[in-house]
Design a protein around this ligand. Structure first.
Ligand code: GAP
Length: 468
């Protein structure tokens, strides 16, 4: 391999705008309902986005559910009895402070407006927010006066069944966690788990965010990957520490550099209504700075207690010695969209290869996350003998890996650029030497490496092991 192809420029050149544009251009993420002008706070995953998203979820499930003896999987319904949300406290407490532009009627999150004006608004009461807005003369982004702040509940409501009475009211779940709590007894009764143990779930959650913004960062419909890890009360601190380290392992596995991830201890006055301790794991989103990537909370036994009280059903756990207890809970909670955004921001690169002046864009995705592991192509698409051989190689690899793509559009240089931009680690090219024009290279293909641009000759029979 030559070393003249070492990247000449490596910089953290990502911005959320560049990522959004690449995602649209290359089929990762599209605006929801695009042809109708979009629907704010919704995004659709395109062919490559769904592949990356699925890879993230598969890796998470492997690491946190299938890879452990003390974890059980679950897939609860999105629609749940409205009593669930009353018991959990979401009907009363799951709200953000809202202010309106008194002239246009546009709505804003009061804490975000204060933050944009350099005021830390975490944990402030509505009265305190109003006083600060008055005192500092804060106006809406359109320059108009603001209304008084009020709490806005973020749960989407719907009605179930044919009658539209209050008894038919349902909410789209704002977190997957409650599906786990209400199934706690089912899992205990069917699986007989020993404490400490956890239940993991991946699924959609919905929040009627006042101000969705910044690509996938704050949206109204998103996926969560959540764990409720049940412990004896006296064990929570030890288990919390173990999970804290597990979270770091996960972010390493996503390829996020340690310098771009940090922990933020949430101050007591800003803890969610159910939490005694929370650490927000934050990612350094380019152009935005550190903001939440995942939440990590000690929820005490607030939820199980609340559901016991409201449902009248026992959610106690019985120890081998007959002791009954209501377990406490540690909750690592991950947003898939935020993980996907962080992975793209981390992977985004612009550089030149060798002595070329051309700047290329590429995604330095870890192999286990890349939508395609490899792209197979014939050097020329109008030479049937090259195409036939390339097809044989493609079929062989497709059977073994599935995430192999075929590309015979344009010239080989353009294919490399296209595959670089979607993060494909390897391009495999079948040329005349593969067919035996140079007998020494018979049945050998060229494998070109995305990050370095280096190329090597590999026997067809060795490609699969080379890609592993
Ligand atoms: N069960 C706990 C819980 O839901 P959270 O901090 O509100 O805690 C957990 O949410 C994670 O879900 C966040 O760290 C974030 O990754 C993701 N998330 C929350 N709201 C989101 C939104 N509006 N858009 C995208 N992701 C969101």
């Amino acid at each position: 391999m030559s070393d003249t192809n070492t990247p000449a420029i490596i910089s953290r050149s990502a911005t959320l705008d560049k990522i959004t544009a690449l995602c649209k251009r290359r089929g990762f993420v599209f605006q929801g309902s695009d042809i109708y002008g979009g629907l704010k706070g919704t995004w659709d995953l395109g062919p490559l986005g769904v592949a990356l998203n699925n890879n993230i979820k598969r890796e998470w499930w492997n690491m946190f559910v299938d890879g452990r003896e003390d974890m059980y999987g679950l897939d609860a319904s999105i629609l749940m009895n409205a009593k669930v949300w009353e018991a959990s406290g979401h009907t009363g407490n799951f709200s953000d402070p809202l202010v309106e532009d008194t002239e246009t009627g546009e709505r804003y999150r009061a804490d975000h407006l204060l933050k944009d004006n350099g005021i830390e608004a975490e944990g402030l009461s509505l009265g305190q927010i109003d006083s600060l807005i008055l005192e500092k003369g804060i106006k809406s982004p359109k320059g108009n006066p603001l209304s008084q702040a009020r709490q806005f509940n973020m749960m989407f409501e719907s009605t179930i069944g044919a009658t539209a009475g209050p008894e038919g009211k349902v909410y789209l779940r704002p977190e997957t966690a409650q599906g786990i709590f209400v199934n706690f007894k089912n899992v205990v009764d069917t699986m007989s788990p020993k404490l400490p143990f956890g239940i993991g779930q991946i699924g959609k959650a919905f929040r009627n965010e006042i101000a969705p913004r910044e690509f996938l960062f704050r949206v109204r419909e998103f996926e969560q990957m959540e764990i409720e890890y049940f412990v004896r009360e006296g064990e929570w601190e030890v288990e919390f520490e173990k999970w804290r380290l597990n979270l770091w392992d996960w972010f390493d596995h996503l390829g996020l550099s340690r310098g771009n991830v940090r922990e933020l201890e949430v101050p007591e006055n800003d803890l969610a209504h159910y939490s005694k301790r929370t650490i927000d794991f934050e990612y350094n989103y380019p152009g935005k700075g550190f903001d939440e990537l995942a939440g990590f909370a000690y929820r005490t036994n607030h939820d199980l207690q609340a559901h016991m009280k409201a449902s009248g059903k026992s959610l106690e756990y019985v120890e081998a010695n007959g002791t009954k207890l209501v377990p406490h809970v540690i909750e690592p909670s991950f947003g898939v969209g935020r993980a996907l955004t962080a992975v793209l921001c981390e992977a985004y690169r612009e550089d030149t290869l060798g002595d070329s002046d051309d700047v290329r864009t590429y995604l330095k995705l870890p192999n286990h996350l890349a939508p395609y592991l490899a792209c197979v192509s014939p050097l020329l698409k109008n030479k049937p003998e090259l195409v036939a051989k390339a097809r044989t190689v493609f079929t062989l690899l497709k059977k073994e890996f599935t995430n192999i793509t075929w590309d015979d559009n344009g010239n080989v240089g353009k294919r490399y650029r296209r595959q670089d931009e979607i993060g494909t680690p390897y391009c495999i090219v079948i040329d005349f030497d593969t067919l035996g024009e140079n007998p020494d290279l018979l049945d050998m293909v060229t494998i070109r490496h995305r990050d370095s641009g280096e190329q090597e000759r590999v026997a067809i029979s060795d490609i699969a092991s080379r890609l592993k």
